[in-house]
Design a protein around this ligand. Structure first.
Ligand SMILES: [Zn+2]
Length: 391
């Protein structure tokens, strides 16, 4: 099924942000799937993969109105960072929202080294910049609901036409990403307990893979997962068999990460690497990192398949859920200049997506897909053609 909420479309220009991210890619994906579609049609059935739900519809379907809360953000991010975004602490209201505004300016890189606006024209804004926070939180909820929908429906499949903020780090925004939706959603699902997933039995959800197909390394996700292991919320990536007589399913749950990305583009470019702090993104490795060099597009799918095999070997068992960060920016017609070193054709994008999709379906593993990247007029094409090709 598809999850989509037109009310959550981020029109950056409304906030004076002149980013080339295509805000209508979700809507255009749906229009391509069904010319008769119009937003707000509850449960309208497409040829495949089934109905389109808004987040409100989905919560009704799940009979559970659990949404992502501040506590859920704090499970993945540093508490002080989240407190700042919510405007906690001393000082008048204006200085409290200034912390959020500063975080947004940094996240979307709207101020240059000399303190001048960059791609930012506040005089053209029709909404306050800080209003973006509510939309971002709702998008994170969307990613979580996509996981719940995938898990509710046997070896389910849910494609959320939103989310994908994989650069957000433990204590700061980065690369247009304020909150890391995949990490927050994964950690929340692991914390929900078996009762939230009656079809899964007593075991509940213990192992999640995050497979990141964006052109840019999923550096924030790798950092958040590593830090969660350091503080004991997550277990180490390798399977740890339950000792006889030990309670439960073997201690802390696990999240494993795979990222396939441009070998040298941001955040792995020389300037970013020179500025990087030790032990922090982008230097934190994913459990499986696959860097694709310029001109090596033909190797993309074989190396992705081998990487998933490696993830399987490290895990020692199949995951309960796969979250797929389905980046559109490796596509050759994506218009972001910095992703030029990776140019997958439409066929190669489809081969990539179908490889992961078939892996999950053939093994009965639920998968939740989120969008990422996606710049310019044709950003919707890889997801649109992938979804239309599913039968
Ligand atoms: Zn990207």
């Amino acid at each position: 099924m598809i999850l989509y909420d037109p009310a959550l479309t981020m029109r950056f220009q409304d906030y004076g942000i002149m980013l080339p991210i295509a805000p209508d890619r979700g809507d255009r994906t749906l229009r391509f799937l069904d010319q008769g579609y119009f937003p707000g049609t509850r449960g309208k059935t497409l040829p495949y993969p089934g109905p389109v739900f808004s987040i409100t519809d989905a919560l009704t379907l799940l009979k559970d109105w659990t949404v992502v809360t501040r506590r859920d953000l704090e499970r993945a991010h540093r508490g002080e960072y989240i407190a700042g975004l919510y405007g906690d602490g001393a000082g008048p209201r204006s200085s409290r929202s200034a912390v959020l505004e500063r975080a947004l300016l940094e996240t979307y890189e709207l101020i240059d080294d000399q303190g001048r606006p960059r791609r930012y024209e506040p005089e053209r804004a029709v909404k306050p910049l800080t209003d973006l926070f509510g939309l971002i939180l709702a998008q994170v909820t969307g990613t979580y609901i996509a996981c719940r929908l995938a898990l509710a429906d046997g070896p389910g499949f849910c494609y959320y036409l939103g989310g994908g903020t994989h650069h957000a780090r433990y204590d700061r925004g980065s690369g247009f990403c304020l909150i890391n939706d995949a990490a927050v959603a994964a950690f929340k699902v692991l914390s929900d307990g078996p009762r939230a997933f009656p079809r899964r039995g007593e075991r509940g959800i213990r192992l999640i893979w995050i497979i990141d197909l964006d052109a840019h390394k999923g550096d924030g996700t790798a950092e958040l997962v590593h830090f969660a292991r350091d503080r004991g919320f997550l277990a180490s990536p390798a399977a740890n068999p339950v000792a006889p007589g030990e309670e439960g399913a073997g201690g802390a749950p696990r999240v494993l990460t795979l990222s396939i990305h441009m070998a040298r583009g941001w955040p792995l470019d020389p300037e970013s690497l020179a500025k990087a702090e030790p032990g922090r993104a982008p230097l934190v490795p994913s459990d499986v990192d696959i860097g694709i060099d310029e001109g090596d597009e033909a190797e993309y799918s074989p190396r992705l398949a081998a990487g998933m095999g490696e993830l399987e070997r490290i895990s020692g068992e199949p995951p309960d859920l796969i979250i797929v960060v389905d980046g559109a920016d490796p596509y050759e017609h994506d218009s972001l200049p910095s992703t030029i070193p990776l140019k997958l054709s439409l066929e190669q994008c489809l081969e990539r997506d179908n490889l992961v999709y078939r892996y999950a379906v053939d093994r009965g593993i639920p998968s939740a897909w989120i969008m990422a990247g996606g710049y310019g007029d044709r950003a919707w094409e890889p997801a649109g053609h992938f979804l239309r090709g599913l039968r």
